[in-house]
Design a protein around this ligand. Structure first.
Ligand code: SF4
Length: 315
């Protein structure tokens, strides 16, 4: 069965062996982050929609889960923002009822958590991983380029409310864009906002492969360590720099197959991540993860053109 909504399992840097469920079409999101690895948002929206018949998603999941594979998490993530799907409540309930032995994670930019109904719907998840990259409106608009009208303060207050209502684990991702989000004043505001949101863990992230905008550069390890130290002066929760992808023995066969397909394609013709996803009929997130890994290993050449970032295999 070819899956339209499932991808992986992939070796996720944060979640181990994770089966992804993509709940929104490419690419719906309330933000258009400058560092987004799946490229520009084409549908900048905050309105929640069903998007697909729920049976289409659940049918794929049942098919995949027939043999009860080993997974560290089933994760709502994808090329856009999963909470935009208005059926998420029913999907969560279905998974929790039918597959109670599996842990469920939600990756979200946190924008829609201002909606109290949504906040209640996601309570059964075992782990919620929201993001917060800026705490001033000016930097929020520069880095996350939200749908006009969205306020970062509302997002921060929603994180505070999430903490009050949600008993599970919250791991907050902070993406560092050097020169923009790591100024002294922004880090100071961020630290205060994180203190209020009080997640269980803070994860500092930075660019791994070309983002939507060429000017975005990765933060150095040294800089990430300085930021970690700065946050740790006032924050009580653990703070970690997200490590590069680690291989999990026994779970790499799918990745290897995709690596083989990608190599065969881009050795002949430079392609974007979206081209590869369409040509190889592999979910964009899976392509993105493999490209990130290959880029880290120095095997790719990336060239930005009008239509996006084109990858070719280094000779
Ligand atoms: S990084 Fe996440 S929140 Fe930002 S535009 Fe991409 S999908 Fe949306």
């Amino acid at each position: 069965m070819k899956y339209k909504h499932l991808f992986g399992p992939v070796n996720s840097r944060r979640l181990g062996i994770s089966l992804g469920i993509d709940l929104v079409p490419y690419k719906y999101c309330p933000l258009n982050c400058v560092y987004c690895e799946v490229q520009s948002t084409t549908h900048l929206q905050t309105t929640r929609e069903a998007f697909f018949p729920i049976q289409e998603i659940l049918g794929e999941l049942d098919n995949f889960m027939q043999n009860r594979p080993h997974l560290d998490y089933i994760t709502f993530s994808g090329a856009g923002e999963p909470t935009l799907n208005s059926s998420i409540k029913d999907i969560i309930q279905y998974i929790k009822t039918k597959y109670p032995e599996y842990k469920l994670a939600l990756l979200t930019n946190g924008v829609l958590l201002t909606d109290d109904d949504l906040l209640t719907e996601i309570l059964p998840c075992d782990l919620i991983l929201p993001s917060l990259d800026a705490a001033s409106q000016e930097v929020y608009e520069k880095v996350n380029r939200p749908k006009p009208g969205l306020k970062v303060e509302d997002q921060i207050q929603a994180l505070v409310k999430l903490r009050q209502k949600y008993p599970g684990q919250i791991w907050l991702e902070v993406f560092i864009v050097p020169g923009i989000t790591d100024t002294e004043s922004e880090l100071n505001l961020l630290r205060k906002a994180i203190g209020k949101a009080s997640p269980d863990l803070v994860q500092l992230n930075s660019l791994d492969r070309p983002g939507t905008e060429e000017w975005v550069k990765p933060a150095t390890t040294e800089r990430l360590k300085e930021i970690k130290k700065y946050f740790a002066q006032e924050l009580k929760m653990p703070i970690e720099i997200i490590a590069k992808i680690k291989h999990h023995p026994g779970s790499t066969s799918l990745d290897e197959e995709i690596v083989h397909l990608i190599r065969g394609t881009i050795s002949r013709r430079p392609s974007t991540a979206e081209d590869l996803a369409a040509m190889l009929d592999v979910h964009i997130n899976e392509i993105t993860k493999v490209l990130r890994e290959l880029n880290t290993e120095g095997k790719l050449q990336a060239e930005r053109k009008a239509r996006g970032v084109f990858y070719s295999w280094k000779r």
